[in-house]
Design a binder for this molecule. Structure first.
Ligand SMILES: Nc1ncnc2c1ncn2[C@@H]1O[C@H](COP(=O)(O)OP(=O)(O)O)[C@@H](O)[C@H]1O
Ligand SMILES: [Mg+2]
Length: 358
């Protein structure tokens, strides 16, 4: 039983602060994903939890123990890396057993733990092989197994699927989800891939430039992004953003820019005025004859089950519209788009914060 608490943790390299006052509690058994673009401080944060990097300020607790000053080996957590880090001259069995041998675990326990981990990961038939005789997916399984056999208080995974091809990545993602259910141990998982974050996390932590932008369940973050960065980073195809002004027409707030005008019904917008950025996800736009926006199809991407239409509206505005399968549209066709106004977002143009009341 171990929850992990990061309390006002900071990290600087020289004058540059790369993690800025991060406070976060990972509950026992929870799967938390740190997600954000490359360089935002995800790996640094994970390495501080592992004890591979010192913190510049703040404390880290695992269970009821302050581990801030403890060596990695004294923290009882296991880390899985993108590059697998297997011993090339040892067999899979010996790779799995190595950590336990180093800790002088009894022989019977080593046999039992390796057997259990191999079975959980479906690699029993590979135990006599060397790493070079394994595929990428198999190597990643062994690397997960090496973490599993230690029965740690928590697993830390840093982009564990990045070296796999797209199809295998999806498969291993499902396996990691299933593994978490089975071992019920806290996991902190780092990725730049918002799909991995959405699908795996009980909660996701969106990071940008060393700051935590938002923490929440995947759907909370998707439905209620706190700022424009989160809105654009989470969700594919990406949210549409259009700069404009909110004015009043006959007392009703209206979003306007050249070639585009959208009424803003509902209480939530009653106080908004002046320059804003409108945000609307592609699935909240649709092609309808009665649509209020006049547009022209620029490009059509057939995704199979769905169709993504890139439509030009007025001067320099391009909207992505994600519809059900649409076979009739052709490039350059005029069309009309309607906005699901219940699902719109408005952001402050200067600081990017959401203008939806919380
Ligand atoms: N040992 C180091 N010395 C100086 N800067 C570093 C070091 N390690 C990481 N950084 C910088 O810290 C920032 C965060 O890095 P990192 O945590 O690896 O990002 P991420 O994992 O999100 O891609 C980056 O700007 C990176 O260049
Ligand atoms: Mg990293």
């Amino acid at each position: 039983m171990a929850q992990i608490v990061l309390d006002q943790v900071r990290k600087s390299y020289g004058d540059v602060e790369v993690v800025k006052e991060l406070s976060l509690t990972i509950h026992h058994g929870e799967f938390v994903v740190l997600v954000g673009p490359s360089g935002c401080g995800k790996s640094t944060t994970l390495r501080m939890v592992a004890g591979l990097e010192d913190v510049s300020a703040g404390t880290i607790r695992i269970g009821d123990k302050d581990v801030t000053q403890l060596e990695p080996k004294d923290r009882n957590i296991a880390m899985v890396f993108q590059n697998y880090a297997l011993y090339p001259h040892k067999t899979v069995y010996e790779n799995l057993a190595f950590g336990l041998r180093m800790r002088k675990a009894p022989a019977a326990e080593i046999v039992q733990q390796v057997k259990w981990a191999a079975e959980v990961l479906g690699i029993e038939h590979l135990l006599d092989r060397k790493p070079r005789q394994l595929s990428g997916g198999q190597m990643q399984r062994v690397s997960l197994g090496r973490a599993l056999v230690r029965r740690p208080d928590a697993f830390l995974l840093d982009e564990p699927l990045s070296n796999l091809d797209a199809k295998l990545r999806v498969h291993m993602r499902e396996e990691i989800g299933a593994l978490h259910k089975r071992v019920e141990t806290s996991m902190i998982y780092v990725t730049h891939d918002q799909v991995e974050a959405m699908t795996l996390g009980d909660r996701i932590v969106v990071m940008h430039q060393g700051y935590v932008q938002q923490v929440g369940t995947p759907l909370e973050v998707y439905d209620h992004p706190r700022n424009r960065f989160v809105a654009g980073f989470i969700g594919a195809p990406e949210m549409n953003f259009v700069e404009g002004e909110v004015t009043r027409i006959d007392g009703t707030p209206v979003f306007q820019t050249s070639g585009l005008r959208v009424n803003l019904p509902g209480e939530q917008w009653s106080k908004v005025q002046g320059p804003v950025v409108l945000g609307v996800r592609p699935e909240h736009l649709s092609i309808q004859d009665s649509g209020e926006i006049s547009a022209r199809v620029n490009l059509i991407e057939q995704l199979g089950a769905q169709t993504l239409l890139l439509c030009d509206v007025g001067e320099g505005i391009r909207l992505r519209v994600l519809s059900g399968r649409e076979d009739r549209m052709r490039g350059d066709m005029p069309c009309r788009i309607t906005v699901n106004t219940q699902k719109m977002h408005l952001f402050d143009r200067s600081n990017g914060n959401s203008l939806l009341p919380t």
